[in-house]
Design a protein around this ligand. Sequence first.
Ligand code: GUN
Length: 294
Amino acid sequence: MGNLIDGRSIAEKVYVDLRREIADLKSKGVTPGLAVVLVGDNPASRTYVRSKDKMSRELGLHSVKLELPASTTQSELLARVEELNCDPKVHGILVQSPPPKQIDEGAIVRALDPRKDVDGFHPLNVAKLAMGDPTGFVPCTPLGVQRLLIESKIDIAGAHVVVLGRSMIVGKPVALLLMQKAKGGDATVTVAHSRSKNLEEITRSADILIAAIGRAHFVKADHVRDGAVIIDVGINRMDDKTNERGYRLVGDVAFDEVAPKAKAITPVPGGVGPMTIAMLMSNTVKAARMFSSA
Ligand code: GUN
């Protein structure tokens, strides 16, 4: 289909540049290192952590994968984070979300060394994004969305971007990123969510609609105007008996009815997902470069 935004091929382009940067860092004696921490056995989280670890190995990074039991206490996890904060071979740390319920996620995020917070979740990095300070880390999915738009030559400056969803992982940071007075920014941003009135009216006024509401096939043809650009951040499991796993992954957008109206649209899977991992690798390389001033 002509209007499909292929996240896998755009991620490949990112990796070409990253491999060059990694080689350069290695020639200066620095191997970027990433630690991914999984607490418990949430199946989706396990898959994500495995993909992140696999990609960092493929790129030749120093990769640490910590898998901790679901019974891990807050203080045990804090102690592991502190070890990673102090490990000079580790430049980036990611604790996969969501953790089990005995863990206070906010406290874990605040315990990270902000210079190693490649997820961009630490309050210092959230503030730097809001302030437009480029020394901070921007969360990976928003960065991936921005890069998809740029590489697909979609005008962001002056466009009306409607973000559906207000999470700290996607909705809020992607709104901040695209409204920044900077390259890849300058959009007019509206943030809508499950409690917004006249939701259809708002989403129909979007030049670029970013769906990050976490509900399968929530965005229908009636939500979208002809010629809009649709970025689908959702990854939802839908029961599917015809699939050997018993489910299939679908986005927040009812793709089959929305795609014919769209100027460009991301599929699920194969759209935003591959870009999120590519941006994690990119943030890790940035952390290594800043840490070593290389
Ligand atoms: N869970 C879903 N997305 C993310 C992410 O980008 N980072 C982390 N740490 N957990 C997540």
